[in-house]
Design a protein around this ligand. Structure first.
Ligand code: GSH
Length: 216
C-alpha cells in the first residue's frame, strides 16, 4: 500500500501525484500530523518535509527520490528514457527544476499579502526566473515533452510550477518573457491525460490559498 504524507497545496506533492496517476497506482494521501516540520511529523519523517512516502512501513522523503523509487517499483509505463545519456539529461532537468526554478517561484509566496510586498524584490526575482527559463529553453527541445513523446519524471515537477507562475504573475503583475518553446511545452504537458485533472485541481487549491492570503 502506498501512502503519501502530503497536502493539496504542496508543489512537490503535486509532482508525485502526477506520477502516481500516470502509473495508475492507488494511494492514500495523509496530512502530516500537526503540519509539516512539527515534532509529531518529524517522529515519522525526520526531515519534516512533504511529500514523504510510506510504502508498507518504508519511509522515504524527497520528491525526486520518491519518484525514482516508484518508477523502479512499478516500471510500467516507463518514465525515464532508455538511452543512458537521455536518462541522465532527464535527471539533470529535474534537478534544474527543483533547485533553480521552483525556489524562485516559491520566493513569491512571501509577496502575496499586499502589506508584505516589495516591488524591487518582485522585479529582481522575475529577472532571475526569466533567465532560468531562457536557460532551460536552450537545454531542451520538448517534443512535446521534456524527453520525447512520452511523459517522464522530468516533466512532473513543471506542472505545479507553471500553475504557480501564472497565479503569482496575475496577483503581482510582473513582466516575464516566457520562451515560445516552453509555452508550447506547457500546453502539451497540461493537456496530457495523466496531468489534466491534477493540474485543474492544483489551480483550484492555489487560487483558494492565494485568496485566503489576500484576505489576511
Ligand atoms: N526537496 C524537497 C522539498 C520539499 C519541500 O520543500 N516541501 C515543503 C512543502 S511543499 C516543505 O516540506 N517545507 C518544510 C520544510 O522545508 O521544512 C522535495 O523535493 O521533496
Amino acid at each position: 500500500m502506498l501512502m503519501l504524507y502530503d497536502l493539496p497545496i504542496s508543489s512537490y506533492g503535486c509532482k508525485i501525484r502526477i506520477l502516481l496517476r500516470h502509473k495508475a497506482l492507488p494511494w492514500t494521501s495523509i496530512a502530516p500530523p500537526d503540519g509539516y516540520g512539527s515534532p509529531a511529523y518529524c517522529e515519522l519523517v525526520p526531515s519534516g518535509t512533504i511529500p514523504a512516502l510510506n510504502h508498507d512501513g518504508f519511509i522515504l522523503a524527497e520528491s525526486e527520490a520518491i519518484a525514482e523509487y516508484i518508477n523502479e517499483l512499478v516500471p510500467d509505463p516507463v518514465m525515464l528514457p532508455e538511452n543512458i545519456q537521455d536518462r541522465a539529461t532527464a535527471r539533470a532537468l529535474s534537478r534544474l527544476h527543483d533547485t533553480r526554478i521552483e525556489p524562485l517561484l516559491r520566493a513569491y509566496f512571501s509577496q502575496i499579502s499586499p502589506e508584505h510586498r516589495d516591488i524591487g524584490f518582485i522585479r529582481e526575482n522575475a529577472a532571475l526566473l526569466e533567465n532560468r527559463l531562457t536557460q532551460l529553453a536552450k537545454i531542451v527541445s520538448p517534443a512535446p515533452f521534456m524527453t520525447g513523446n512520452e511523459l517522464s519524471l522530468a516533466d512532473c515537477g513543471f506542472v505545479s510550477s507553471f500553475a504557480i507562475l501564472h497565479c503569482v504573475q496575475a496577483l503581482l503583475g510582473f513582466e516575464l518573457a516566457m520562451p515560445q518553446t516552453l509555452r508550447n511545452y506547457e500546453r502539451a504537458l497540461c493537456a496530457h491525460p495523466s496531468v489534466r485533472d491534477e493540474h485543474a485541481a492544483y489551480i483550484r487549491v492555489l487560487d483558494d490559498w492565494a485568496g485566503a492570503k489576500l484576505r489576511g
